[in-house]
Design a protein around this ligand. Structure first.
Ligand code: UT7
Length: 351
């Protein structure tokens, strides 16, 4: 028994935000952003009208239709995001409600593996399908970064990179030996957890990084430490990133985890028909391409249009490539991601 991708879809919000648009809010330039990241524009969701789960639902409807099933056929939902609608409950149940998947047997799982969320979700789905527990798994990666970014110059190294969007797949069992997920490789290392993170609000109350910075009251004070006034006053509730550390680690881990997947399956880099890397930074993807000696036509890059959409980036790029006819039956598709945690992973899929 193998797991196949039976349906795929993506959705990006209508609003296009160019690099030039961002210069209204922060000290940056189109030239800097293109040179360092390759990004030309990104999409932002419509506030009051769209949320992470509604973006996910739009992508999911396309994937469900593409698989030739109905929403009520979905028996398990996996939702990957770092920008959920609510602190809790997670987006999985909100998506379930939005799609009208109301039968009692359906279940929803939320995962928080940031840029690697889709690969982690794929691996989880693969195990559930292979064990025979579920027959139609809906895996969604969706982000609405625009709601949580710091638009001042202080936040520019993070803010210019990220965009909103969603991608989804339907996963089903197949007995065809020549099709489906061949392997998934997952890794993590929490040593640098805070180097690409949104620390606040949270339960840490200064445990990892000291109490003073965040203005925590005396520990005997009951409650009241989730959000402090100092966090708001000192603008401490936005994501932060040590860009160079992330970059340098990513360009080592990406090729390594792809080679691990190839070794697991006895395949070579020359067997890859299409590499769909997490769209972190065009320079990272180009580095990985060179390390694996892949020609341009074998690597998907769409970060120029959408920026880095974290958990959504692989399913958006995969869906776009499939809808553009870049993936044919029998192709070997390689997916790989690296990001916050640090977490990273890869998957090989025979289409
Ligand atoms: O998907 C999650 C994983 N994330 C990533 O993979 C991101 C990996 N890292 C990167 O993509 C890059 O490190 C960045 C694009 C984030 C930054 O590029 P960099 O070449 O590493 O720049 P830097 O952070 O070393 O900053 C260089 C300079 C600094 O100025 P000074 O100190 O040299 O005067 C920054 O303040 O560039 C400045 N800078 C900017 N200037 C204009 C940082 N961000 C910007 C900006 N516009 N948006």
């Amino acid at each position: 028994m193998r797991t196949k991708i039976a349906g795929i879809g993506h959705y990006v919000p209508e609003k296009v935000v160019t690099n030039e648009d961002l210069t209204q809010y922060m000290d940056t330039s189109n030239e800097w952003i293109i040179e360092r990241t390759g990004i030309e524009e990104r999409r932002y969701a419509a506030k009051h009208k769209e949320t992470t789960s509604t973006l996910g639902a739009k992508a999911a409807r396309i994937a469900i239709k593409n698989a030739g099933i109905e929403p009520e056929d979905v028996d398990f939902i996996i939702f990957a995001t770092l920008s959920p609608d609510y602190y809790f409950p997670g987006c999985g149940v909100l998506l379930q409600r939005e799609l009208g998947i109301t039968h009692r047997e359906a279940a929803a799982l939320d995962i928080r593996n940031q840029c690697s969320g889709f690969i982690y979700g794929l691996s989880i789905a693969d195990q559930f399908i292979k064990s025979g527990m579920y027959k139609n798994i809906l895996l969604v990666g969706a982000e609405m970064h625009s709601m949580g970014l710091d638009f001042s110059t202080e936040g520019r190294n993070v803010t210019v990179i990220f965009g909103d969007g969603a991608g989804a797949v339907i996963l089903q069992p197949t007995e065809d030996d020549n099709q489906g997920i061949l392997t998934t490789c997952l890794h993590s290392d929490g040593t640098h957890a805070e180097e690409l993170a949104m620390i606040n609000p949270g339960s840490h109350s200064g445990y990892h990084l000291g109490t003073e910075k965040y203005g925590y009251p005396d520990p005997s004070t009951p409650g009241g430490t989730f959000v402090t006034q100092k966090m708001i006053d000192d603008n401490l509730m936005a994501p932060n990133m040590s860009g160079q550390l992330v970059f340098k680690t990513a360009v080592v881990k990406f090729p390594a985890v792809i080679k691990e997947a190839l070794e697991n399956t006895g395949l070579e880099t020359t067997d890859i028909d299409l590499l769909v890397p997490h769209q972190a930074n065009l320079r990272i993807s180009q580095f990985v391409q060179r390390a694996l000696k892949l020609p341009d036509e074998k690597v998907v890059n769409n970060i120029q249009k959408y920026g880095n959409t974290t958990a959504a980036s692989i399913p958006i790029a995969l869906s776009e490539a499939w809808h553009d006819g870049r993936i044919q039956t029998g192709d070997l598709v390689c997916l790989a991601a690296f990001g916050s945690g640090f977490t990273w992973g890869s998957a090989l899929v025979r289409w």
